[in-house]
Write a protein that binds this ligand. Structure first.
Ligand SMILES: *[C@@H]1O[C@H](CO)[C@@H](O)[C@H](O)[C@H]1NC(C)=O
Ligand SMILES: *[C@@H]1O[C@H](CO)[C@@H](O)[C@H](O)[C@H]1NC(C)=O
Ligand SMILES: *[C@@H]1O[C@H](CO)[C@@H](O)[C@H](O)[C@H]1NC(C)=O
Ligand SMILES: *[C@@H]1O[C@H](CO)[C@@H](O)[C@H](O)[C@H]1NC(C)=O
Length: 394
């Protein structure tokens, strides 16, 4: 029982009342905390719980396919596709089904309805690839421990920015695992035009990237449109190197600026109030050089949130810019920061429109619901044993 040891002269009634109060507090606080924990949907504030949260939100296909009724049931189309997985292999040494990724993609029929995993052996593939909208359910899977590289050098002056991409994906339910996407065009000259060069453009809905690297300078990653998930990735560039109108969650991703002067990480393209797009970064690490901004307002309602992210000294103290070069300042951007760390995260010098989010404000951006992930996000297949055993997919 409750027994005040120091204040033994307390009247017994006070001590008793305090004891009851303490028990009440314990009763009230502990069960409610437990309940909140059990149902929490948001990315945990405690980094040691992050992997558990990811595991909980990315359950295996076999745990989910039979549950057609629950809110966590997979999209039916996806469940059907995952039920008949096809594997094809690409190897530079000729021992695979194909020796280029382009041939492998060409072999997938338009109107494809099954998951096709394209296993890619180590090496450098100099190819410019488009996976068009008629080919959903494609997984590009890099050989474990090798992270094969797909590289090309298209530029805006030659193709237009959007079409400069080394790999462009226009189909839904795309997955990439352990690959490096490179645009090897040179760093654009200061004040020059047409040097933008995209390494990856993702324009399909419900796409996931696990352990992928995106390497370029200006406009490296075109997160064009649709809902996307990035985990354990690495994005490198100089200006606007994550840009577009996607609605995306970036987890545990390193963002590395190689800018020599002004650098800009994001140029998010949300324009209408009804548009749900926006980029959320959680538990990311911002490293590198330059005088780098977290984002600049490409379109009127640009929306970007950084949470639990480490920001190195490269981040400009103002943090954000409300205009693109030459444009009038925007008025309706949404630029949020939540529990970030590091020398670049100091709120004192921030522009006045930067929002330091409250718990309630941050919540909407920090769950799988943000990208409706529970309907489609699956863990990547494990092909570590052998690429020739399709039965180890799920
Ligand atoms: C199906 O999912 C719902 C909601 O997620 C859950 O309540 C139910 O227990 C699940 N059923 C099975 C058989 O797993
Ligand atoms: C790919 O190669 C494997 C092994 O040679 C073979 O069994 C399979 O039928 C090939 N698949 C295609 C689509 O060519
Ligand atoms: C990706 O590569 C890393 C490093 O080789 C490895 O630890 C990881 O298991 C790979 N992921 C998958 C899904 O194969
Ligand atoms: C961020 O990346 C740098 C460079 O790789 C590394 O030294 C640092 O430990 C990382 N910080 C965090 C918080 O992950």
């Amino acid at each position: 029982m409750f027994r005040p040891t120091v204040a033994s002269s307390f009247p017994a009634t006070v001590a008793f009342a305090m004891g009851v109060m303490l028990q009440l507090i314990i009763l009230i606080i502990i069960p409610s905390t437990v309940v909140v924990e059990a149902h929490t949907k948001t990315i945990p504030a405690d980094s040691s719980k992050l992997d558990e949260w990811i595991g909980h939100n990315m359950k295996e296909y076999n745990d989910r396919k039979t549950n057609e009724t629950g809110i966590k049931a997979l999209d039916r189309r996806l469940a059907e596709a995952e039920d008949c997985v096809q594997l094809i292999t690409v190897r530079k040494d000729g021992r695979g089904n194909f020796s280029t990724i382009t041939e492998a993609i060409d072999s997938i029929p338009s109107g494809n309805r099954r998951r096709v995993v394209v296993w890619i052996g180590g090496g450098v593939y100099r190819e410019k690839i488009t996976i068009d909208a008629s080919k959903p359910f494609v997984t590009l899977y890099g050989q474990k421990g090798k992270r094969p590289m797909i590289t090309f050098d298209g530029t805006a002056s030659e193709f237009g920015t959007v079409k400069s991409a080394t790999v462009a994906v226009e189909s839904d339910y795309f997955v990439a695992v352990n690959l490096t996407f490179v645009n090897s065009a040179p760093m654009p000259e200061l004040g020059g035009t047409g040097g933008q060069a995209v390494a990856m453009r993702i324009s399909g809905d419900k796409a996931a990237f696990h352990g992928c690297h995106f390497i370029g300078f200006q406009d490296t990653l075109c997160d064009d449109r649709g809902r996307h998930f990035f985990k354990d990735c690495y994005v490198q560039g100089t200006v606007d190197f994550i840009f577009g109108n996607g609605k995306s969650l970036y987890l545990k991703t390193t963002i590395n600026s190689v800018a020599e002067g002004t650098g800009v990480i994001t140029a998010q393209a949300r324009e209408d109030a009804t548009d749900e797009s926006g980029f959320t970064f959680a538990y990311c690490n911002i490293t590198g050089t330059g005088d780098t901004y977290l984002g600049r307002a490409w379109k009127e309602r640009t929306r970007v949130v950084f949470a639990y992210t480490y920001m190195g000294t490269l981040i400009n103290t103002e943090g954000w810019s409300d205009k693109m070069h030459g444009s009038q300042p925007r008025k309706s951007m949404y630029y949020g920061e939540y529990k970030c760390k590091g020398p670049g995260a100091t709120p004192s010098g921030r522009v006045k429109y930067a929002r330091i989010l409250s718990d309630v404000e941050a919540k909407a951006f920090l769950s799988m619901t943000y990208i409706h992930g529970n309907k489609w996000l699956l863990p990547p297949p494990d092909l570590s044993l052998s690429p020739s055993k399709p039965n180890i997919f799920h």
